[in-house]
Ligand binder design. Sequence first.
Ligand SMILES: C[S@@+](CC[C@H](N)C(=O)[O-])C[C@H]1O[C@@H](n2cnc3c(N)ncnc32)[C@H](O)[C@@H]1O
Length: 448
Amino acid sequence: MKNDSLYDLYLEHEGKVSDKWHSYLEIYDEQFASLRESPIRLLEIGIQNGGSLEIWSRYFPNGSLFVGCDIDPKCSGLRYDDDRIHVIIGDANTDETQNEIRQNSDMYDLIADDGSHRSSDIITTFSRYFSMVQPGGTYVIEDLHCSYWEAWQGGLNAPYSAMSFLRRLADVVNAEHWGDGGDIRSQLKGFERHWNLTLDEHHIALIQSVSFHNSVCIIRKSVSGPPRVGSRVVAGQERMVADDPLLRSGHEVGAIKLDLDKRLLGEAAVVDRPPSSMGEGANPWGAGAEPMEEVASTIGELRLAGYDPFKTSDFVSTIKDVRALYPEEQNPIPHLLDDAVMLRERAEVQATKISELQQVQGELIGDASKLRELTETQEKKISELRLSYERIARNPLLGFFLWLKFMVLSMLLRIPFLSSSSREKMRRSAEKRAPQRFRAKSETANSD
Ligand SMILES: C[S@@+](CC[C@H](N)C(=O)[O-])C[C@H]1O[C@@H](n2cnc3c(N)ncnc32)[C@H](O)[C@@H]1O
């Protein structure tokens, strides 16, 4: 029994029902192996039929306390032979229930949240109970697949879901590297505002690690103080590839006893400054920037209000609307968005200019090809003229005959094409010269 895996215990179990996914049991076996013989105090939020408390009490045979809490009044009927097991009925997210839980113990080595699985409850429960995790202890959240579903206040990209919160806690583990201006409360303020809760900054800063598994997140609390990357430990003398000047800064003094394991490692250097001392105050994406979920939620709210935040006109009008509603110092639109508007406007102006230039370029190309055609025609004519000029120059007689031919042809062509006015003029001058002929002609015409 003592070495049975949690899965084995579930398979053997015959008492009250417990309902967990197979992979959880393997994860817990791996994570809690070192605690199996410890006198741990365990709190489970959400116990339903109560079987998990029975199995936990067998898994940790030396466990000193197993407290289960459930909002369902039917759980008050659960009875256990083992007097280490206690059941508290009530909403875990009320002061009253939390005080009752505290009466059993102020601190717990392992707290498991298997309650409603709604994002607001998961984050609120964490904000209430992580302070009750013993230093070095563990907080587990089950069934996080619900965090991807709308009915549980989630969604893959939901800014304030339980998973978004837990991803932020992974940043908290690295808080010492955020650089200038980064404080945990301001980075998590969106969750506080959105779910109307107060986060315990002091205890959150003690998160040693956050490990994600399928549907389960395991958060470890440090034994003492916020986690630190610690000293840079450098051993050896040969620097064939990288000769970091930092490692020559007076720490290289023969053999140093490393504070990690107190063993002599020959020549070694211990550099105390973690990379966090580098600043990041000027980094536009550093701690001074609006947290991701705040930006995402602002964009989401604009969408819900019927604006398309990625359409400049909507974006600009929204910002103007919001600006009009709030005094400058309470302006809820982050500067980041202002910059985005400005950049988008500039981009649109540039795009218009580019398309105008492309149009002009097209017209110029058209003109150039027409000019080329014209030039070619002219060149052809010029070369023909040059040829005929050369022929004439070579043979003046041919020139004369050509001229004569032209003159004769023009005369011949001109006769049938005399205009009516010229013909009238010719008739009148003929009448002047022989009027009697014309008179006789008109008399003959009248007698007819
Ligand atoms: C998934 S079941 C628990 C299953 C149990 N842990 C097991 O392993 O068999 C979820 C339980 O959480 C309880 N619950 C939901 N919201 C709660 C809350 N705010 N406080 C306490 N319990 C809650 C429900 O009544 C339900 O019995």
